[in-house]
Design a protein around this ligand. Sequence first.
Ligand code: BAL
Ligand code: ZN
Length: 878
Amino acid sequence: DTLTRREDYVAPSHWIRTVDLSFDLEPAKTLVISRMQVEPNADRPGQPLRLDGEDITLTRVLINGESVSFHFEDGQLVLDKLPAEPFQLEIRNTCAPEKNTQLSGLYTSGGGFFTQCEAQGFRRITYFPDRPDVMAVFRVTLKADAKRFPMLLSNGNLVESGTLDKGRHFAVWHDPHPKPSYLFALVAADLVCREQKIRTRSGQDHTLQVYVRAGDLDKTEHAMNSLIASIAWDEARFGLKLDLERFMIVAVSDFNMGAMENKGLNIFNTKFVLASPATATDVDFGNVESVVGHEYFHNWTGNRITCRDWFQLSLKEGLTVYRDQEFSQDMAGSLSARAVKRIEDVRGLRQTQFPEDAGPMAHPVRPDSYQAIDNFYTATVYDKGAEVVRMMATLVGREGFRRGMDLYFARHDGQAVTCDDFAQAIADANPDSALATRLEAFKRWYAQAGTPRLKAAGRFDAETRSWTLTLSQHTPATPGQTDKWPFVIPVAMGLLQADGTPVAGSERVLVLDSAQQSWTFDALDAAPVASLLRGFSAPVILDWEASEAELFTLLGHDADAFNRWEAGQRLAVTRLLGAVRAGAPLVLDAAYLDAMRAVLRDETLDCAFKELVLTLPSEGYLAERLAEAGEPVDPQAIHAAREAMRAQLARDLHEDWAALWDAHSNTGGYRPDPVSCGRRALANLALANLVLDAVAREDAVWQGRALQRFKDAGNMTDRLGALGALVHGRSQLAANALERFHAMFRGEALVIDKWFALQAAAPEHDGEVFTQIRSLAKHPDYSLRNPNRARSLLMTMTALNPGAFHRADGSAYAFWAEKVREIDGFNPQLASRLARALDRWRALAEPYRTLARAAIEQVAAKPELSPDTREIVTRALA
Ligand code: BAL
Ligand code: ZN
């Protein structure tokens, strides 16, 4: 049993105060010398020192300059008979960066050296107590060939650099901030740099740098601007200043995660740094801004205050996601642009986190155990964790949350702490708040897994002119947790009259903290229309039997944009699932079409919002709605219903789509601001509908226009939009456009990823799409070794294209199993992500269920499966 349990936490036996690390960098064999100042933990005297190490070769161990005896136990290097006083420990070892295909630790990519140490990569570099509560001041010396590796970077400040013999050079870096090993980084590569000097509001000077490969410099402006904006935002909103003279971002194309917040030296997947109008879409621009922000915000929430142990991961991730979401909303500016961002975030949460919470990997925001910590960098820890922070902010108010953050830093700066410490600080700074008075109950959000079902029922009493709302909650069992305590659920709400006008004074935040509670609203002339869970004020499934008329009222009039959108989605879900359940063709009613038309024609609404309303709920979301109701999920039935509804919206709203295209297809020079992005999004949705309808009617005009658009487009958003319209609309012009696109962007790896992903996302039709995916997997440009490229086909198919993945002959499952097994042989982290694709197999209808189980068993049957993937398939089959 290799399970690590939260309750088994013990403080380290020794503290490491300083580390002097020296690297002799060679791709085949790098020599690492580590000299540490070690101090026994006075609370745990007489303990041996256990050092983690993995895939490295030990050559020497010295204590105070003398060799000592040591042994290995459970993969750890164990030193006993240690001095009771502080001592110097020196370790020498080697590692083989070019053989490191896991991309964890020190590895090579594109001829350079890069590191990734979170969560447990540092032990793949040298022996060390590789746990976040051991924090040391690092001094790092890098030596490498000057020609091949002209840039030598590590955390902190450059203190010295120069040349060595045999064409080598060196650099010495010193990071004054004590940090855990997971925040260590080095880069040695042939890179170029965009640099900008800034002076912050508080008058301090800083040098900001973005390092990329030569040829990518023209794609770094947006990342730099995003960094500058992040620095200003954190100072303005939270009073948190940049604490380093120099802040560096480095882009690398082989990277398992999105990016990494190493102190002063953030290392990024190229996907979240590089952006130019010609190669990146509006969504990419938005992602760069939010990921740059996210990593920067970690400098305080993660680096200055870090996690005591990895069970507390959400302490930094939930909080930092909350901060990056707030940042992006503030950057978006207008109230409605903020709502658009909120809708997108909630859509993401429901698409990924809700199924996770309902499946075999369900775990609390603060998990209780793990086999491989890398498996717990999840939507639950990140996105549900962010919702938990958001609920705290709702319960204490904006000013109160700022007070809480201030207290958190006053108490814990420089420490490694727990989720409890964070919640306590927010509560203590707001002693009379709805949070402080219910703190223990609120913290169940950290401890209990599963998505609560919130049931709402209203009753109007004409005699007393009052309306009583009753809220009740229930959370289904999750693995290892059968009975749940009630959660503390903030329910933001307001009431509308039947004609859509707001009921004055009805806006409030109800706090449900028991199984069932009621609230009464007085002085009403008629039964109101309730707008519940505004802004999605809690991560719950709202079970509210609103009538169609009420939903139409909310869609047309609610003051809360989120709930307007939500009403539209509910109207679509009712129709889609109605058709699925009835096993009958979907025929759209006039009322729904009229409502959609009204949205499209409403001049007070933003384009971005219209695009969201007119985008149907995803097949994955619909599947979850069925699963929640305990009904078997037939992915092909869902796919058919959704395709039928898309076709009818394309046909019946044709005039509107054409008018919208005319009005919004020319957005002028490229700017990634919310208004322009919204116009492009809506124009692209219109074009997709126009092509879909044109193909159905065998009309050449709109297909030709789409092809022309594809050729003329002045930016990637428009070009990819037109290409998507042709490919996803199954136009005969698609093949030619795909070929041109590939030729046009042959040298742009991130664009070629899009080329694969776009094809893997095409709506399935008679197995053609899966057949195409299988043949693309043999394309000379395809590779499983590069995580972005591997994901472009495989994750797109499994996560975003249920119609292609769930086939009655099980062929796509078998394909998936084969790829998981293959990838697991060289990159367990990537494999175990992909291995989660069939987590929800138990919810499937036959024959999918049996076939899916067989495919998971096929993965599990592989001898020498990594602990990462083993944990996933074992849980799935349990
Ligand atoms: N800490 C891992 C990458 C991120 O969440 O920023
Ligand atoms: Zn993070």
